[in-house]
Structures are given as structure tokens and as C-alpha cells.
Design a protein around this ligand. Structure first.
Ligand code: HEC
Length: 145
């Protein structure tokens, strides 16, 4: 018990912190970070934050978004069949008419239908992921500068 006393003090202090931080301010901020963190992980590694590998309708030529679009999303990578990966940075996605929205981005990523309703080059995989992963990776794309 003599050894446990300091530990109990620490636990009590942690408990106090936890109850302080359960106030309204920190909760939404934490939720936001995890959306972006999950989206970033999918983009860079092809696996979500729980370790699930994203799939596609046909086996993708490369396993992550970054492997074709670059870690910063700048695109311009030449792929087999003459395909060139698109620039996914905010400037590029806002410059097309109509500008990409979260919804049209999710549609492009999951069905290969672009902002104008046209089919993207089949080298761009038609991704199959959970609605949450699809949302998070699309949100992450919208943060690319
Ligand atoms: C195997 C290579 C490859 C991978 C992996 C890949 N892409 Fe693509 N992507 C492309 C190519 C090539 C294009 C351009 C297609 C075209 O010009 O028709 C493209 C286009 C896009 C577009 C449409 C952009 C526009 O301007 O219309 C979006 C959005 C996109 N990719 C997002 C993603 C995301 C998000 C991931 C990961 C989940 C991903 N891509 C993974 C190759 C890839």
C-alpha cells in the first residue's frame, strides 16, 4: 500500500483532468482531429486508422492515393496507358466548373464520375470503403494546399 499511494494520487489527478476536459470546448476539437487524421492515413498509406486496407472495384494499380497523386496531392504522375494523375490541391479542385464539393469528391473517389458527370480514366480506382472512410479521405483532400 505504501507503494500504491503515489500511484493513487496520480490517478486521482488524472481523473480530475478528465472531468475538467469533458467540458464543451475540447470535445468538438478532438472529433475534428480524428476525421483529418483518419483521412490523412488513408491518403498516405491506403489503410484507415483502424488498420483496414481500402479496396477498389478492381485491384488498384497502387495501394494509396499518395502513390499516384503524390503525398501533397499535386498529381502529374505518369501512369500506364498514358494516364496522368490529377492535381487534388484546393486551387485545382476549385478552378474546375462546377467546383468540386465534398459530395462530388466522394462520388469521384468511389464511382469515378467527375465533377461534370464524366467518367474518369479507369487507372483511377473506383474505391470501395466505408461511408466514414470515404467522407474522411474526401475531407482530407479538401485540406491539400
Ligand atoms: C493507380 C493510381 C491512382 C490511385 C492509387 C489514386 N488515383 Fe485518383 N486519379 C488517378 C488518375 C490517373 C486520375 C485522373 C483521371 C482522368 O484524368 O480521367 C485521378 C483522378 C482523381 C480525382 C478526380 C480529380 C479531377 O480533377 O477530376 C480524384 C478526386 C482522385 N483521383 C482522388 C483520389 C483519392 C482520394 C485516392 C485514394 C483513395 C486516389 N485518387 C487514388 C490515379 C490514381
Amino acid at each position: 500500500m505504501r507503494k500504491l499511494a503515489p500511484l493513487l494520487l496520480v490517478l486521482a489527478a488524472l481523473g480530475a483532468c478528465a472531468s475538467n476536459s469533458s467540458g464543451t470546448k475540447s470535445a468538438p476539437a478532438a472529433a475534428k482531429v480524428s476525421v483529418t487524421a483518419n483521412g490523412r492515413m488513408i491518403f498516405l498509406t491506403g489503410k484507415d486508422s483502424q488498420g483496414f486496407r481500402i479496396n477498389a472495384q478492381h485491384p488498384p494499380l497502387r495501394a494509396s492515393c499518395a502513390a499516384c497523386h503524390g503525398a501533397n496531392g499535386a498529381g502529374g504522375v505518369h501512369l500506364p496507358g498514358g494516364a496522368v494523375s490529377a492535381d487534388l490541391r484546393q486551387k485545382a479542385l476549385a478552378a474546375v466548373k462546377p467546383a468540386y464539393t465534398l459530395q462530388s469528391l466522394e462520388r469521384a473517389i468511389s464511382t469515378g464520375v467527375d465533377n461534370q458527370g464524366k467518367s474518369l480514366n479507369p487507372v483511377m480506382p473506383r474505391w470501395k470503403m466505408t461511408p466514414r472512410d470515404l467522407h474522411d479521405v474526401a475531407e482530407f483532400v479538401r485540406t491539400l494546399k
